[in-house]
Design a binder for this molecule. Structure first.
Ligand code: C2O
Length: 604
C-alpha cells in the first residue's frame, strides 16, 4: 500500500458559517477541511498549498506521536518553520499504530481560530465495544467570532490587552446559526471585560467595536443565508459511533442528544471502559468516541452542543434522523434536553474521574518516575500593562512554568513576585526565538536559551515523568477550567482532585494506578467563572504521567488557544540533541537559521 495522500488547499474567502458573512480561512473551500482517514501505522503524505496572500500557515496533526519524525509535528517555531504564503509543502509521517479519533489544525498565530482545521481518523475499532457498529458520524465542534482572527490575536498580545469576549457562535461541522435580531447572549460588560477598554479607560459603548455593542446586529447577517443544520442518519435499532472533536479555540462544551443516552468508549485515540452518560463534556483539544443506540421512536431528534464554564451561553444544534422517519421541520431552539448548568463543575469533575482506561498501555509504576513537574496554572497582570481600563497596571497573562509553591500575590495589581517576573522575562526569550526549537537542538545553535527559566524542560525518551497541574485562581479570584494538550505522546490521567497538591503520601496514594484513562488533552478542575462569587473559591489539580515515545521538542500547552501562545500558557518538553533524526530534505528555513550549516548537515 502506498498510504494516505491528500492535498489541502488553504485560502481566505468570504463565507457565511453562522448566517453572518465573514472572511474565513478555508481548506479545499470548506470549514472544517476534509476528514482524513488513514490505516494504523501507514505512511501519511499531506501536501499543503498555502494560497493565502500574506499569511503563513502550518498543519499540526494533533495527537499523532510523530515517532522519529518530530520535524513533521507542524508546531511552528517549535518543530519547524511555518509554510509561507503562496507556497506548498508536504508533511510526511507514519500514522499512530492504533485506531482512534484525531484532528489537525494550523499552529501559527490565529489561523486555526480563522478556520484552518479538520478531523483525522485512524481507521479500525478502538476496542471490542466499537467492533460491531452499524456506522459512524463525525462532529467537528468549533467556536466562531465575528471579529477577524488577526484582531483577536492582536488584542491579546498588545500592551492594551483586549479580551475578545465569548464567541458569537458554536459550529457543528462548520454550521452555526447566529440570531440576526437578538443579541441578548453577549453584551460588553464595561467593568468586567477587557474588550471594553482601550487600555486607558472604558470605551464609550458607541465607540466599541461592533461585536461588543449591546445592540450588536451584524449588517452582514442574513437569516435566509443560514446553513442548514447538519443531519446525521441512523437506522432503527442500529448502534453508531459518534466521533466528537473538540476543535474550539476557547469554548468548553457539553453535548447531548434528545431522548438518547450515550456511552463513552474512547478518549483521544485510546479505549475506555464503556461509560454510560446522559451528556458529555468535551474541551478544546479533546476527542471522544461515543456510542449511541437508535432505539427510540423513529423520528428526528435534536443534538445540542452548549458552552459551559461561561455564563454567556451559546448553543449549536444538529439533527439525528432515523432513516425513513417522516420528514418533520424541527425548531431545535425550543427543544429542552437535560444538560448540566453552565457552572455545574461538579458534573465535569465527576465525569472526568469516572473515565477508566483499559490498560491498553499499562501505566508505569511510581518507582519509575524520575521527576515530578509541578506547574501552576493561573493568570496575572504583569509589568505596567493595562487591563480592564483600570488606571493601574499590568495585563493578564496565563502562566504555567511556575513551580508549585510560588504563588502570585493574586491581587491583580502587580507582579512584584520576582519569580513570576523572571518567568515572564524568560517567556520573552521563548517568543523572540526565531529559530525553531528543534533546529536549535539539532544544529546545536542557541541551545543555551532552552533553559527551564525560559520554560524548556529536558526529558529523556523512555523515562517516566509526572506533571501536577495545579489550577489556581486568576488574579481576579476566578478559577476557570483549562484544557492542557501534550504533543508527541499520550499520557495517563492519574486523577483529578480538589484543593492544593502538597506531595503528601496520602495525596500520592490517591493516584489511580489501576486503570487510568489515556489521553493527550485534559481539563483542570475549576469552580466556574463569570462573577458568581459562590463558585470562585475552589480550584484543584490534575495529575498526569508521561513517557516520551520519540525524540523531539514537544509543546505542552493550554489548548484554549487564546490562552496558549498569545497569553503564554505553554511550555516545551524536549529530549535534547541526542537521537534526533535528521531533518527532512524539504526542511523550511526561517529566522536566524544558518542555511550553510544546514546544507552542510544535509550533505553529511
Ligand atoms: Cu492541537 Cu499544540 O495543539
Amino acid at each position: 500500500a502506498t498510504g494516505l495522500e491528500a492535498e489541502l488547499v488553504i485560502n481566505s474567502e468570504f463565507m457565511s458559517l453562522d448566517c453572518v458573512d465573514r472572511m474565513v480561512l478555508s481548506i479545499n473551500g470548506k470549514v472544517p477541511g476534509p476528514t482524513l482517514r488513514a490505516q494504523p501505522g501507514e505512511l501519511v503524505q499531506i501536501t499543503v498549498h498555502n494560497m493565502m496572500a500574506s499569511q503563513s500557515v502550518s498543519i499540526h496533526f494533533h495527537g499523532q506521536y510523530q515517532n522519529n519524525t518530530p520535524w513533521q509535528d507542524g508546531a511552528a517555531t517549535f518543530s519547524g518553520c511555518p509554510i509561507p504564503a503562496q507556497t506548498s509543502w508536504t508533511y510526511s509521517f507514519h500514522a499512530n499504530p492504533d485506531p482512534g479519533t484525531y484532528q489537525y489544525h494550523s499552529h501559527v498565530g490565529g489561523t486555526s481560530v480563522g478556520g484552518v482545521g479538520g478531523v483525522l481518523v485512524i481507521e479500525g475499532a478502538v476496542s471490542a465495544a466499537t467492533a460491531a457498529i452499524d456506522g459512524e458520524h463525525v462532529l467537528h465542534l468549533f467556536d466562531w467570532w465575528h471579529a477577524p482572527q488577526e484582531e483577536i490575536l492582536s488584542g491579546l498580545m498588545s500592551t492594551q490587552f483586549r479580551w475578545p469576549g465569548d464567541p458569537q457562535s458554536v459550529l457543528i461541522n462548520g454550521r452555526g446559526s447566529f440570531d440576526c435580531h437578538h443579541n441578548s447572549m453577549y453584551t460588553c460588560n464595561i467593568t468586567a471585560n477587557a474588550s471594553c477598554s482601550d487600555g486607558k479607560g472604558p470605551i464609550a459603548p458607541a465607540n466599541l467595536r461592533p461585536w461588543y455593542r449591546p445592540d450588536y446586529q451584524p449588517p452582514q447577517c442574513d437569516a435566509s443565508a443560514c446553513p442548514d443544520l447538519e443531519v446525521f442518519e441512523v437506522s432503527m435499532n442500529g448502534t453508531y459511533l459518534l466521533r466528537l472533536i473538540g476543535a474550539t479555540s476557547l469554548s468548553f462544551l457539553n453535548v447531548a442528544v434528545e431522548g438518547h443516552n450515550l456511552t463513552i468508549v474512547e478518549t483521544d485515540g485510546h479505549p475506555t471502559a464503556p461509560l454510560n452518560v446522559s451528556s458529555v463534556d468535551i474541551n478544546s483539544g479533546q476527542r471522544l468516541g461515543v456510542l449511541i443506540h437508535a432505539i427510540q421512536q423513529p423520528s428526528t431528534y435534536v443534538i445540542r452542543a452548549q458552552i459551559r464554564g461561561r455564563s454567556g451561553v451559546r448553543v449549536a444544534h444538529a439533527l439525528l434522523r432515523y432513516t425513513g422517519s417522516p420528514t418533520v421541520t424541527v425548531d431545535p431552539v425550543g427543544v429542552q434536553i437535560p444538560q448540566p448548568a453552565w457552572h455545574d463543575n461538579e458534573f465535569t469533575f465527576q465525569q472526568q474521574n469516572a473515565l477508566r482506561g483499559t490498560q491498553s498501555m499499562p501505566v508505569p509504576a511510581t518507582e519509575q518516575v524520575v521527576r515530578r513537574f509541578e506547574i501552576l496554572n493561573t493568570q496575572e497582570r504583569l509589568e505596567g500593562r493595562n487591563f480592564n481600563g483600570k488606571p493601574s497596571v499590568d495585563s493578564i497573562k496565563a502562566a504555567i512554568g511556575l513551580e508549585s509553591g510560588d504563588r502570585p500575590e493574586n491581587n491583580c495589581v502587580s507582579a512584584n513576585n520576582t519569580r513570576l517576573l523572571r518567568w515572564f522575562l524568560g517567556r520573552r526569550t521563548f517568543f523572540h526565538s526565531t529559530t525553531p526549537v528543534l533546529s536549535k537542538l539539532y544544529f546545536n545553535q542557541g541551545v543555551d536559551e532552552l533553559t527551564e527559566d525560559n520554560s524548556y524542560y529536558q526529558v529523556e525518551v523512555g523515562k517516566v515523568y509526572d506533571i501536577v497541574i495545579q489550577n489556581y485562581p486568576a488574579c481576579n479570584g476566578v478559577c476557570e477550567t483549562h484544557s492542557f494538550h501534550m504533543h508527541g505522546m499520550p499520557f495517563w490521567v492519574l486523577g483529578t482532585f480538589r484543593g492544593e497538591f502538597n506531595g503528601s503520601a496520602e495525596q500520592v496514594a490517591a493516584f489511580n494506578l489501576v486503570d487510568p484513562p489515556m489521553r493527550d488533552s485534559i481539563m483542570t478542575p475549576s469552580e466556574g467563572v463569570n462573577n458568581v462569587p459562590e463558585i470562585r473559591a475552589g480550584c484543584g489539580y490534575v495529575v498526569i504521567r508521561f513517557k516520551p515515545i520519540g525524540p523531539g521538542a514537544w509543546p505542552f500547552h493550554c489548548h484554549q488557544l487564546l490562552h496558549a501562545a498569545p497569553m503564554g500558557s505553554i511550555v516545551v518538553f524536549h529530549t535534547g540533541r541526542e537521537g534526533l533524526p535528521p531533518p527532512p530534505s524539504n526542511l523550511l528555513v526561517c529566522g536566524d537559521m544558518n542555511l550553510q550549516t544546514i546544507m552542510n548537515r544535509l550533505e553529511e
